[in-house]
Design a protein around this ligand. Structure first.
Ligand code: 6CS
Ligand code: FE
Length: 300
């Protein structure tokens, strides 16, 4: 690991040559209090305990329609074709994700600063926040490939240099999420355990991992243990609802062979106190469109 600047202790070692035992996470999921924002004490307690919480109808149907049209515009934008911020499906070549959409779309820039979103992020993280990553996932019908089980924080720690799990993701459904069209599955409470992953990070790993992640995923043995201990819940919600989930909760999604796309806007907020340093387990940091290094706090 290159070291420029101050050394930051690695509290979550991963991407080791051999298997390492999971260990308890020492950091909370909720850093703020009921007085710090719109979430009440019960919701904060549930988020701390489960590692996620749901806000039904965060966006109105009219707003959803507007964002859906924006997604369609972005996926058809010929100027973006070939841009590395556009990730395509391995099999069909259809658009799988577009990254850095908060810089490509004024509508999504506004969403990131919207009090319904920003106030919740600041309250959960108990701090000023900035956008670590912002993407839209299309999960198209018939050919949408899922995301294997993983902890986002494990990747963000190893490859982006995120020191501790003081980040939260907001996944806003732009289409109805059914059990059968690739809805996100989460293991409630799994965020309290950090599961180191064996296998060193390949160079430019993101060029493969964003299409299909094979390094930085737990072993089948660990997934089996986690599922037995925490169970699996699936986020099925109407378009417009939002799933807020801790950076370290174990999650994944299945393929989508139905005619119904499962599209969402995915915004990751990181605490400005948890700004990225050098990657903890990669030769070089990932590009800015995946792991933003402008830590300027967001304001409404
Ligand atoms: O590597 C990442 O940053 C992305 N990969 C996945 C599968 N989830 C989190 C994040 O968007
Ligand atoms: Fe993920």
């Amino acid at each position: 690991m290159m070291l420029t600047g101050t050394r930051v202790a690695d509290a979550y070692p991963t991407r080791t040559a051999g298997e390492r035992e999971p260990f308890d996470r020492t950091h909370p999921a909720v850093w703020g209090t009921e007085q710090d924002g719109p979430l009440d004490a019960a919701t904060l307690a549930s988020h701390e305990s489960n590692g996620f919480s749901v806000v039904e109808q965060l966006l109105s149907p009219a707003e959803v329609q507007g964002y859906w049209q924006e997604l369609t515009r972005l996926s058809n934008d010929q100027e973006l074709a070939g841009d590395e911020r556009v990730v395509t499906e391995k099999k069909s070549g259809e658009v799988r994700s577009v990254f850095e959409v908060h810089r490509l779309s004024e509508l999504i820039t506004e969403l990131v600063h919207d009090s319904r979103v920003l106030d919740r992020a600041r309250q959960i993280l108990g701090d000023d926040v900035y956008v670590h990553q912002c993407r839209v996932n299309y999960m198209p019908g018939f050919e949408g490939a899922g995301f294997y089980w993983h902890s986002d924080f494990e990747t963000w720690h190893a490859e982006d240099g995120m020191p501790v799990p003081r980040a939260v993701s907001c996944s806003i459904a732009l289409t109805d999420n059914y059990p059968f069209n690739g809805g996100l599955m989460v293991m409630p409470g799994s965020h309290r355990v950090f599961v180191p992953c064996a296998g060193e990070t390949p160079r430019n790993h993101y060029r493969d991992s964003l299409r299909e992640q094979e390094i930085g995923v737990p072993s089948k043995h660990e997934i089996t243990k986690l599922a037995a201990e925490y169970g699996i819940e699936q986020f099925t919600g109407q378009a417009g609802s939002a799933l807020w989930f801790d950076s370290n909760v174990m999650h994944g999604s299945g393929n989508n062979i139905t005619p119904y796309p499962r599209s969402n806007i995915f915004i990751v907020f990181n605490s400005v106190t948890n700004a990225l340093v050098e990657p903890f387990a990669a030769d070089e940091p990932r590009p800015n469109f995946i792991a933003n290094r402008d830590f300027t706090p967001l304001s409404r």
